[in-house]
Design a protein around this ligand. Structure first.
Ligand code: G3H
Ligand code: 13P
Ligand code: ZN
Length: 332
């Protein structure tokens, strides 16, 4: 058994307190491999931002849980070596069972999400409470994120046919009964690069899809009911059109891509939203660069020559997010 403190990691409690009162959000970036982790740490050290490293159960299967944990420990030392110690959280993204959360907690995660959002309300409460009781009774307190309301699309191993917004009248009861440290809500975001159907959007003069706005009215209603309580937004990639175009230019197919506009995320970050989850934008950035190298240098076969540019683009993207979207730059 390993405690996250031995790995040099922190939980989310203090970070969220500061983020809510400071009007910014902590970036939660998913990682599955070394290049993604390097980009995240380089970007967050250079912008002096705290960071949440997110591991999905898909990532655990892909990369191996032991390797990922040791990579997170390495990230702490890597940040130090780069010249600035930033707070680093190792977080399970979309945990779907008590056993998975327990396993992560016992192996050094400092934070877990238990996603019971697809369950009937009472079952979600019971499962989330069970995880909280376990996580909070550890010698080193592990923070827990719960979810109310269902996001459209695929959430790792959890897939939702129909989304529904968080019902503000449930949040107070859920938070009180479960003891969660933060709450993920559904106000119109969803996972992946096609966050809305084209028929839900309008188009600008160039035919680019303009999504419907997030339901800030629901967010405000939730904030009224649980003032200052840390809120999490999943599915918060903006799906930059530049990357979509680059991927298509170099042979990819990215039909109907549409994300959450950055101004709306900036607005959310100024509220009680203190954790913003971003994965798809990183995937787009890497894919765009790899396709570009493959198209421009067909004889290249050294992985460093295409993964390197992908990593550099990813770092640029994350620096931009921290500085211009989440406002987490300078907060470490
Ligand atoms: O919420 C989903 C995240 O983007 C993780 O995706 O399950 O494919 O690793 P993944
Ligand atoms: P995106 O697919 O919008 O990047 O969302 C990622 C996420 O919510 C991970 O939990
Ligand atoms: Zn998510």
């Amino acid at each position: 058994m390993t405690s996250y403190k031995e790995l040099g990691l922190v939980n989310t409690v203090e970070l969220f307190k500061k983020a809510v009162s400071g009007g910014y959000a902590i970036p939660a970036y998913n990682f599955n491999n070394m290049e993604q982790l390097q980009a995240i740490i380089q970007a967050c050290v250079e912008t002096k931002s705290p960071v949440i490293l997110q591991v999905s159960s898909g990532a655990r299967k892909y990369a191996n849980q032991t390797l990922l944990r040791h990579m997170a420990r390495g990230a702490v030392e890597y940040a130090h070596e780069l010249g600035y110690d930033i707070p680093i959280v190792l977080h399970l993204d979309h945990g779907d069972s008590f056993e998975l959360c327990k396993d992560c907690i016992e192996s050094g995660f400092s934070s877990v999400m238990i996603d019971g959002s697809h369950l009937p309300y009472d079952e979600n409460v019971a499962l989330t409470k069970k995880v909280c009781e376990f996580a909070h009774s550890r010698k080193d307190y592990v923070s827990v994120e719960g979810e109310l309301g269902v996001l459209a699309g695929v959430e790792d191993d959890v897939s939702a046919e129909h989304s529904h917004y968080t019902q503000p009248e449930e949040v107070e009861d859920f938070v009180r009964k479960t003891g969660v440290d933060s709450l993920a809500i559904s106000i119109g975001t969803s996972h992946g690069r096609t966050k809305f159907k084209p028929e839900q959007c309008t188009r600008d003069a160039n035919g680019i899809l303009i999504p419907p706005p997030l339901r800030f009215d629901i967010l405000e209603e939730i904030e009224k009911r649980i003032p200052g309580f840390p809120i999490v937004l999943h599915g918060s990639s903006s799906v930059p059109i530049e990357y979509v175009k680059l991927i298509e230019k170099y042979g990819g197919s990215m039909k109907d891509s549409v994300g959450i506009p950055e101004e709306q995320l900036r607005r959310a970050a100024k509220s009680a939203v203190c954790k913003i989850n971003i994965d798809s934008d990183g995937r787009l950035a890497m894919t765009a660069m790899i396709r570009k190298v493959f198209a421009e240098k067909p004889d290249e076969f050294d992985p460093r020559k295409y993964l390197g540019p992908a990593r550099d683009e990813l770092k640029k993207l994350y620096m931009h997010k921290n500085i211009n979207v989440l406002g987490s730059a300078g907060k470490a």
